[in-house]
Design a protein around this ligand. Sequence first.
Ligand code: F6P
Length: 531
Amino acid sequence: MPNDDADAAWSALMALARRPGARAIRPLFAADPERAARCTHGAGDVLLDLSRSAVSEDVLAALLRLARATDVAGFRDRMLGGAVVNPTEGRAALHAAQRGGGDAAVQATLARMQDFCGAVHGGALRGATGARFTDVVNIGIGGSDLGPAMVARALWTPAAPMRAHYLANVDAHAWEELRARLDPARTLVLVASKTFTTQETMTNAALVRAWLVAALGEAGTTHLAALSTNLTAAAGFGIPAERVFGFADTVGGRFSLWSAIGLSLALALGWSAFAALLAGARAMDEHFAAAPPAASLPLLLALTELWHVNGLGYPARAVLPYDERLARFPAHLQQLEMESLGKAVALDGGMVARATGPVVFGEPGTNAQHSFMQLIHQGPVPVPVDVILVANPDHAHADSHRKLLANGLAQAEALLVGKSLAEVRAEMAGADAARIAAIAPHRVFTGDRPSNVILIPRLTAGTLGQLVALYEHKVACLGALWGINPFDQWGVELGKVLAGGTLAALEGRAAAKQAATAASVAAILRLQGAP
Ligand code: F6P
């Protein structure tokens, strides 16, 4: 449906992007001593500093105009209100409703999860030999793995009630490595799959069930529980209803860690930590629902990204959490953002007129500085960066933590201020003139490279919940701004279907149809010693 207001808002925005100096950030600081404060926005425990981007007052006004014209607020309200905002799958997107609130089915599942945790932790529910459960294995992939695995990595401490392990890849090396660390008598296994049909998960579930039965006899199957929307398939796998934890199909996989898919977290971290995670996310939901556009953290983060992608032509973004415990946070965002926003077809079925979701990647700082930051500082195409800082550590090594924070801030500053040729030459003064001429250009940093600095006081279940929900809502805003559906993922289907054919070829049951695939299959079979 044509939207003249949106077309006009896009035109105005792109006109600003074509202005000379549109990428420059340093002049914005020079012109406004209050810029850092003015561009820093808070919600709950999250402080979002957007000052280090080339978003001037008029660019911000144009971005907010686009948000109005594309009715981001209406989309937000429809999403939070349970309307069908995922039309290609005919569904609402009710992940926020999983974080508590009034939904009776959600409350009932949360109560069952809490009781289950209580029984496991209290020893009322034990393994087949009567031993207490000490370890929980979550078998799942994509959204049934990445979110829970990320949170467990972030929040687990040796004082936690159980150890959590995550088995995702159909590569059985992963299972072999994990199995060596587990005692079947003490291991609880959660088969986490929204659909309960995912090849990787069902293959691993069969391997792990066989391991339990080999060690404990048929009674080993009592160590299995299921987290799924497909109650029939879970029952078909032999898991009785009392150990199946359901959730609605309105919860997308990459948004599902708040649902029954988070049971491994409740078991490993304790119920109060899981409840605090949900409460943190709920606080961000409330901010998102109520904050005016110019103060809405998810919307401002989304608009900054849109400016980078569409206005300035930056096709990627790096995520650098300066906290080792957030090592899996970039991996979670990769799925959340790229599976949601990697779309070229608009809601009306036509092709989108412009670029959409950027490539997202990342590593914890400072490790990232010693790997890909070279390209971000000096590569020809700027890559905006999210620098995530945690003010207070949960260890007593203040010196290490100061160095960690100093590095994070220094990266943002280096990207912003750069280093000119004149500065490099001055630094090299006294060296041989030919050497200065040859080397100096290599030591120049252009500067004016953007970063967002996100600061939380401490990494807790509550602050992590806020942080994850911030990015979830940013994704929803970008879906509305770009006119794409952020809640489907048709792009994962074709490979899954074709894998059936390639499996048949590798098993010698059918010839591969495509010539290159057939050649690769033949080469593999030769290397495997086939006659
Ligand atoms: O392959 C993509 C995907 O469909 C994701 O969207 C999802 O999170 C993942 O597979 C796992 O799906 P399931 O939970 O149904 O096993």
